[in-house]
Ligand binder design. Structure first.
Ligand code: NAD
Length: 420
């Protein structure tokens, strides 16, 4: 049963995945009911004075799915389609992701129903500050720690940190992660999710005895996750043959010049719409390319029953959260695609967010080599634990990752007991 307020397709996907794993684990039925639903869900209506003087209302959300293992953690999404069900699904995935990586966090997520590209910088700042003030009772370095997600960036995190700090009267860098370095951000956070995607993909390639030098890679989405994944993949020697954003994609069988493409993208309003540095392709065509590694790094439910049969990669490394529907997952598994599930593949972001929070709390900062090495250590260990679990129990990598994460959360609940 899904409560009506949360009922949307993304939440149904997260619950269906959870149900499959819970069934396989023989999870205590009482815990099963409890873990299906978020602990707290806040809906806020945010008034913002626009540059023309008018006041516009924006719906905002913050959902904490579980805090049994520590403060909850999860990004803030600015997107016109953001809604309570989607935010709740993303919060649930954060819970399993943090547990799988062994981080002392629960899962949360936030969102505002807005297209940030249609706001001026001043409007974006006012919206962010008012949203941060509205969710202020829920967040804090020991309670719930937001981070960037789709449509938000280090500047948005800086405004959130400042708003929170002004409310309490002193600087609290640990209230959000993904901040600029000048206010307690961490080296390596910006590229962390992409670096993690590459780390686990390389482990998967070793496992499958595939050579990186002859590998071809296609990346959907060219934001924080997609652009960093493409850049680091190219640096490791892979041939990145296709990239895309919401406006469509670019293809070159010999490999795209990623550093030049990145520079062009930044200089031209962050859209490929007028780019001629490769053959134009659609997002659908990109997903169907014959390649070694496909990285969906945009939004959820991009690979569905309708296009899964056309997917022609050896490894699917899920940079995005929830990019593959349940039916598509079955089709890909039957085709023998090696799937590195989202809660494992994109966990580099929250792992380095954790490093940032630890550094902020200790007022002691690490160098970039420390960050890279520790990220590599944690994410590759999680990959190998998941692979071993999947082989021992005869389940897919996705089921193995979900079952491992859910089991850690279940153990925490059983140890703590039910209050009162
Ligand atoms: P972003 O806003 O920086 O970039 C999103 C990219 O996706 C943009 O290039 C945009 O043009 C593209 N896009 C949007 N709609 C699209 C569509 N319909 N088809 C193709 N491309 C489309 O966001 P991000 O932070 O890179 O996040 C991308 C995904 O990765 C999301 O699912 C997010 O939840 C997940 N994720 C992000 C992080 C992080 O640290 N930022 C961590 C883990 C997971």
């Amino acid at each position: 049963m899904v409560v009506r307020e949360l009922d949307n397709h993304t939440f149904r996907l997260a619950v269906a995945q959870f149900d499959q794993a819970a069934e396989r684990m023989n999870l205590d039925p009482n815990l099963r009911e409890r873990l299906k639903l978020p602990e707290r869900s806040l809906l806020v209506n945010v008034p913002v004075r626009m540059d023309d003087g008018a006041v516009k209302m924006f719906a905002g959300y913050r959902v904490q799915h579980d805090s049994s293992r520590g403060p909850s953690k999860g990004g803030i999404r600015y997107h016109p389609d953001a809604n309570l069900g989607e935010v709740a699904a993303l919060a649930m995935w954060m819970t399993w992701k943090c547990a799988l990586a062994g981080l002392p966090y629960g899962g949360a997520k936030g969102g505002v129903q807005v297209n940030p590209k249609q706001l001026s910088r001043a409007e974006l700042q006012r919206l962010t500050r008012r949203y941060a003030a509205a969710i202020f009772p829920l967040i804090g370095p020991d309670k719930d720690v937001p981070a960037p997600d789709v449509g938000t960036d280090p500047q948005v995190m800086a405004w959130m940190m400042d708003t929170y700090s002004m409310q309490v009267g002193y600087a609290v860098p640990g209230v959000v992660t993904g901040k600029p370095l000048s206010i307690g951000g961490s080296l390596g956070r910006e590229e962390a999710t992409g670096r993690g995607v590459v780390d686990v993909t390389l482990e998967a390639m070793r496992h499958l005895k595939l050579d990186i030098q002859t590998a071809t890679v296609a990346v959907q989405g060219f934001g924080n996750v997609g652009a960093n994944t493409a850049r680091i993949m190219a640096e490791t020697g892979a041939r990145v043959v296709a990239v895309s954003d919401v406006s469509g994609g670019l293809y070159n069988a010999k490999g795209l010049a990623i550093p030049e493409l990145l520079a062009w993208y930044r200089a031209n309003g962050q859209t490929f719409s007028s780019c001629t540095m490769g053959d134009r392709i659609t997002n659908e065509e990109l997903l169907a390319l014959d390649c070694t590694v496909l990285v969906p790094a945009a939004l959820s439910e991009q690979i569905t029953e309708a296009n899964a049969a056309k997917i022609s990669c050896r490894i699917l490394a899920e940079g995005a959260n929830g990019p593959t529907t349940l039916e598509a997952d079955r089709i890909l598994t039957d085709k023998g695609v090696f799937i590195i599930p989202d809660i494992l593949a994109n966990s580099g972001g929250v792992i380095v967010s954790y490093f940032e929070w630890v550094q902020d709390m200790q007022r002691f900062f690490w160098n970039s080599l420390d960050i890279r090495d520790r990220l590599h250590e944690i994410i590759t260990a999680a990959f190998h634990r998941t692979l071993q679990f999947s082989r021992q129990r005869g389940v897919t990598m996705r089921m193995a990752a979900l079952m491992s994460g859910i089991d850690k959360v279940a153990q925490a609940h059983l140890s703590r007991g039910l209050y009162p």
